[in-house]
Write a protein that binds this ligand. Structure first.
Ligand SMILES: C[S@@+](CC[C@H](N)C(=O)[O-])C[C@H]1O[C@@H](n2cnc3c(N)ncnc32)[C@H](O)[C@@H]1O
Length: 214
């Protein structure tokens, strides 16, 4: 049974998702700029739990090579920095709605030509580029109603190159519902799921590959 704060969180973001996708994006952009009025609002850089989650996320990846990587909902680039260290040869793109978050991400991650950050909304971002590895973590629960989660699943799957890998990381058991929209997407095949149920804040790492190569 979800706890009260979780139910309120879900209700708030579900209500916002009753707006048009464009209106929702505008409100969320303001909201996340406001959340980033202080540095690292979720303590992603300093909380052991988050650091541990990043380590195990990288551990669950199928073997590469990964030459083109995108992280959607990258906030201030804490995980992007870990990706840049793990894949020094890869081209890496971090995407977030909040320009304030991205300003800090650009300061955190050395801008040496292979990492860049783009302000965009997951629901409308269609870059045309395709990636071998796509990350979306701790972001889908902001998107609200089912139609938006289906749209997000389509947008994420469109980012994948043939044979590409998508990794979704969200709190468990809510992940069952959120990742269910990815499961239902015709072009994605689930490769694995690891649930860390005994963690202080349980979470699931679910890995997909584009169906043609699954
Ligand atoms: C809780 S943070 C997660 C950061 C990172 N993915 C992690 O797990 O460490 C969620 C981030 O998602 C971003 N976000 C939320 N909705 C988004 C959307 N529709 N498009 C792009 N970014 C979004 C927010 O601005 C915020 O920085």
């Amino acid at each position: 049974m979800p706890r009260l704060p979780e139910l309120m969180h879900r209700a708030l973001f579900r209500a916002l998702s009753l707006l048009s996708a464009k209106g929702q994006g505008l409100v969320l952009r303001r909201y996340f700029d406001w959340r980033h009025r202080v540095p690292d609002p979720w303590r992603l850089a300093t909380d052991d739990y988050e650091q541990q989650k990043y380590l195990v996320t990288l551990k669950h990846l199928p073997p590469g090579p990964y030459r083109r990587i995108i992280e959607v909902g990258c906030s201030e680039g804490v995980f992007t920095l870990a990706l840049a260290a793990a894949y020094p040869e890869a081209e890496i793109v971090g995407v977030d709605l909040s320009e304030r978050a991205l300003t800090r991400a650009r300061a955190r991650v050395p801008q040496n030509g292979h990492v860049r950050f783009v302000r965009a909304d997951l629901l409308s971002h269609r870059p045309g580029d395709r990636f071998d590895l796509v990350f979306c973590s701790e972001t889908l629960y902001y998107l609200g109603r089912e139609e938006r989660l289906r749209l997000a699943s389509s947008r994420l799957s469109e980012l994948l190159a043939p044979g590409g890998v998508l990794v979704a990381v969200h709190p468990w058991p809510e992940s069952d519902r959120l990742h269910g929209f990815l499961d239902a997407h015709g072009s994605l095949a689930r490769l694995s799921e690891q649930v860390y149920a005994s963690s202080p804040r349980p979470f699931a790492i679910t890995v997909y590959r584009t169906r043609a190569a699954a």
